[in-house]
Write a new protein. Structure first.
Length: 97
């Protein structure tokens, strides 16, 4: 009996991952405004989920009219990598103030 899926990762559930991602964004001291998160009154992150993935938009740098980069997160590892990158960016933005 061959069980090829023995070590398979569990299926990615975007709705559940979005709840956890939002909690982690609040833990980073970002202000939540619906699906948008702000740093010092300026939008820096937007997150939304569909049936297969989370769409995350991050500003290149905080500004009144920001330039956004879009990422599609379709696995837990991508969500963790997104958060790690965002933490680095937030630290840099906060130190620039």
């Amino acid at each position: 009996m061959s069980d090829d899926n023995f070590f398979a990762l569990p299926a990615f559930k975007p709705a559940e991952a979005l709840v956890q991602l939002k909690r982690q964004l609040r833990d980073l001291k970002l202000t939540e405004r619906g699906h948008r998160y702000e740093l010092d009154g300026q939008a820096v992150v937007e997150v939304m989920a569909d049936d297969s993935a989370i769409e995350a938009r991050v500003v290149k740098r905080p500004a009144r009219t920001p330039e956004w980069t879009v990422q599609r997160l379709g696995a837990s590892t991508e969500v963790r990598r997104f958060l790690d990158t965002l933490k680095t960016q937030l630290a840099r933005w906060r130190s620039d103030e």
